[in-house]
Design a protein around this ligand. Structure first.
Ligand code: MTE
Length: 315
């Protein structure tokens, strides 16, 4: 825990679920960490994979491809979804219990026209393929061919009011099929937030699919946020509620460990996590380490959002 940042490589990092489950062990008397899947172990020992079948999404417009996308089987079998499991390889099988139809998403708060959308209507919004780099705060990364649409389109439908400054997101939570907060190690339901200008940025999407097909449950079906310049935990899964607010909303990992996870959580190789460096990352499927880029390589598009802000303070 008090290891030096500078000499730690991603493979040596204690994944946050293991760290938090140790804390739980003390706090709640529950040992939640059933898996200790670090990067290096993952390379050597590949757990049994779930076969994933989902339906194709019609009429997806193509996008430009910059980098080699991570294989579907990797993306669909190496997951963080603590409501189902704190083991990355254990999520896919448990998430099969999630029923994603019918599914409603309420968009309300500081808006002129609050609405509840059926997922089928959300899927009628023009869907685009967006191939994005995805960088987890645990120092692994992947390249994901998402299918989705700009969040700005959904927000425009409810007409944000002039006092709206933030957007709060809430995940579905069903204790009958999901873990308790004590076992998950985090407060539930999972909540996240963005500043309104971040939410309206054209790179910010609501994803409905992967590789041209509907999202597998373990990746956040039927609708999840994707903010490619921020650490992966901002990309909240299985969203049921989006509320525009005047004040900064609470966020799950900030509640769990405020000194480790801030509200902004922009990918930043110059700001270490208190327990490890963020300078390098391990791309799933690769053995070596890559340099982590400021804003995950999207700085040209998004750095202006933070002009004048001290990104060490607003981490
Ligand atoms: N959303 C919910 N509801 N619950 C979670 O545990 N984990 C987050 C994020 N969204 C999480 C979540 C974290 S830590 C990461 S890295 C990404 O989802 C992982 O997304 P993936 O499993 O599709 O790779």
């Amino acid at each position: 825990m008090d290891r030096s940042d500078k000499n730690t490589t991603p493979d040596q990092i204690t994944p946050e679920h293991v760290y938090l489950s140790r804390r739980n062990f003390i706090r709640a008397g529950v040992f939640a960490g059933s898996a200790f899947v670090t990067g290096s172990i993952y390379q050597a020992f590949r757990p049994r994979r779930e076969t994933v079948e989902t339906a194709p999404i019609e009429n997806v417009s193509a996008s430009s491809v910059g980098e080699q996308a991570t294989p579907f089987e990797e993306i669909a079998n190496y997951n963080n979804y603590y409501e189902f499991s704190t083991s990355k390889s254990g999520v896919a099988s448990r998430a099969k219990a999630l029923l994603t139809r019918p599914w409603a998403v309420t968009v309300d708060g500081a808006v002129a026209k609050p609405q509840t959308f059926d997922i089928e209507d959300i899927l009628k919004i023009e869907q685009e393929e967006r191939i994005y780099r995805f960088r987890c705060v645990e120092a692994w990364s992947m390249v994901v061919p998402w299918v989705g649409f700009p969040l700005a389109k959904l927000l425009a439908m409810v007409e944000p009011a002039s006092n709206a400054r933030y957007v709060a997101f809430t995940s579905h939570y069903d204790p009958r099929i999901m873990s308790s907060p004590a076992v998950a190690g985090i407060d539930l339901p999972y909540v996240e937030g963005l500043r309104l200008d971040e939410a309206m940025h054209p790179l910010t999407i609501m994803a409905t699919g992967l590789y041209g097909k509907l999202l597998p449950n373990q990746n956040g079906a039927p609708l999840r946020l994707v903010v490619p310049w921020k650490y992966g935990f901002k990309s909240i899964k299985s969203v049921v509620k989006i509320t525009l607010t005047e004040n900064e909303p609470p966020t799950t990992w900030n509640i769990a460990a405020p000194s480790e996870y801030g509200f902004y959580s922009n990918v930043n190789p110059d700001v270490s996590h208190p327990r490890w460096s963020q300078k390098k990352e391990r791309r799933l499927g690769e053995t070596g380490l890559r340099d982590t880029l400021p804003f995950n390589g999207y700085g040209e598009e998004v750095a202006a959002l933070y002009d004048g802000m001290d990104l060490r303070k607003y981490f």
